[in-house]
Design a protein around this ligand. Structure first.
Ligand code: ZN
Ligand code: MN
Length: 162
């Protein structure tokens, strides 16, 4: 089985250690905004927007909005956090405790997690194939599938029959 960073089951101290070592692995300085944002994303898997994250962590202590946005961008660049566009005008963020991909409703913007056996291996293979075909050096990847969610399908059916 894949080894899980089961952040939800960790004490705040363990969680902090986890985040610090994650940052060190990526040669990133341990800063308060990085810690706060990663701790938040490790315990919230509902794909929050930057505004939601900002509201949550600036409640604990004053934080600049720009700092939160810049920090998120940095974490996305490093491949630690995934950025998801779902068609509304905000970006959503996810820390992948376990490898998964996303399915997005084109109608209401709902983002759902999809787990697939060996997804991490398959994704790695796709990156290697991309490198072979293009000569790129790959860094991060993120698979999104688009469709219409079951709630919207129901709504559409009702609207049609009215
Ligand atoms: Zn929908
Ligand atoms: Mn997700």
């Amino acid at each position: 089985m894949s080894e899980k960073l089961a952040a939800g089951n960790l004490s705040p101290e363990q969680n902090l250690e986890e985040v610090e070592s994650l940052l060190r692995d990526h040669h990133l300085k341990v800063t308060k905004p990085r810690l706060k944002i990663l701790q938040y994303l490790m315990s919230h898997h509902n794909h929050p927007t930057a505004a939601t994250i900002f509201a949550a962590i600036s409640g604990q202590e004053p934080t600049y909005r720009a700092t939160v946005y810049n920090t998120l961008n940095k974490l996305v660049d490093e491949g630690i956090v995934v950025e998801i566009k779902n068609g509304d005008d905000s970006l959503h963020y996810d820390f992948m405790v376990e490898p998964h991909f996303h399915i997005i409703c084109k109608q209401c913007g709902k983002i759902a997690d999809v787990y697939y056996p060996d997804f991490a291996t398959i994704e790695k293979k796709m990156q290697l194939e991309a490198e072979k075909q293009t000569g790129f050096v790959t860094s991060t990847s993120h698979l999104e599938i688009f469709g219409i969610c079951s709630d919207c399908q129901e709504k559409n059916k009702k609207n049609k029959s009215n």
